[in-house]
Design a protein around this ligand. Sequence first.
Ligand code: NAP
Ligand code: ZN
Length: 350
Amino acid sequence: MSIKTSALVAETAGAPFVQRTIEHRELGEFDILIDIAFAGICHSDIHQVREEWGRAIFPMVPGHEIAGTVAAVGSAVTRHRVGDRVGVGCMVDSCGDCEQCKDGQEQFCDNGNVMTYNGRGYDGNPTYGGYAQQVVVSERFGVRIPDGISLDEAAPLLCAGITVWTPLKRWGAGPGTKVGVVGLGGLGHMAVKLAAALGAEVTVLSRSDAKAGDAAELGADKFIATGEKGALRKNTRTLDLIINTVSAALPMNDYLGLLKPQGALVNVGIPSENYDIAPFAVVGGSKVLAGSNIGGIPATQEMLDFCAEHGIGATIETISADEVDAAYERVVAGDVRYRVVIDTSTINAG
Ligand code: NAP
Ligand code: ZN
């Protein structure tokens, strides 16, 4: 018996959302059924629903920032019990056997992981994500949400949080390091909170000074309004690590100039256009230009535990199901403070 649930569905690329019933696979022995309470809106949802990254699978139910409680467990499930508070991010399954999975890097699964939506499960059927009242996932992809974090503020941690946590840890953000965060949106505001809690000195680079006050409240020490003439040049060779969260292609050479020699600029934003990079911009100061893709399940749990310990949740605006189309426009305009979260109890398939 498949599992029927109310969801927000885009029937075709860029179509407005409709509320209707969709079907998930029946609960397998290693699966858990989750009652979703909140789902964050990530800019990646917009890229995919609008096919800005290429052909996508429709109908689509986006949403990979999921927080809720376990409603049922398969017969062989050992990690979760009914009633547990759980989160789900960008993946719902992986082979579990390859070198990457064994290393807790399921995002790089050699056999191809299963994305939470706009993907296909190992049964060949399309996956549907978090803009819904329920979801079925492999038990390995449900992470424990500590009691200290409310479910609404936890939801965005499952993508925005882990995506910036991974490069901050990999490139050693901490006391004595100077970290720049480019773009103060969903990912950017989490990067500020996490880098500050890790002990780094944090500089926010935002297009105008409109978010300067917020940046300081989120934990930033410095603020650069990049739209002001000469703003980047004045700050050359000042940063050890830059996390670029911008969803459009920035002039990479200018941003590489902000790094000290041997510093690293990590792109987590995924614009649909290419970057233009001069060889000397990286060779000159022996700089690292890197990318980073979400994070594995053990790291996601580590990040959630760190957030609970430091009293960190996302800064959110909660909306109902009929406000999602309008919210997408506000995300694209960079107008959200700082993550929109859907109260999934408002989805009504009629
Ligand atoms: P978001 O909330 O829209 O934030 C992006 C921020 O970038 C905006 O708030 C804005 O900040 C700045 N920005 C937007 N357009 C810009 C432009 N044309 N020029 C300069 N700055 C601009 O988006 P998000 O959800 O944080 O996602 C950001 C990007 O990361 C998206 O491309 C998304 O697909 C990608 N992503 C990647 C991963 C991964 O695994 N690597 C995971 C999740 C998301 P200011 O107003 O401060 O300038
Ligand atoms: Zn995301």
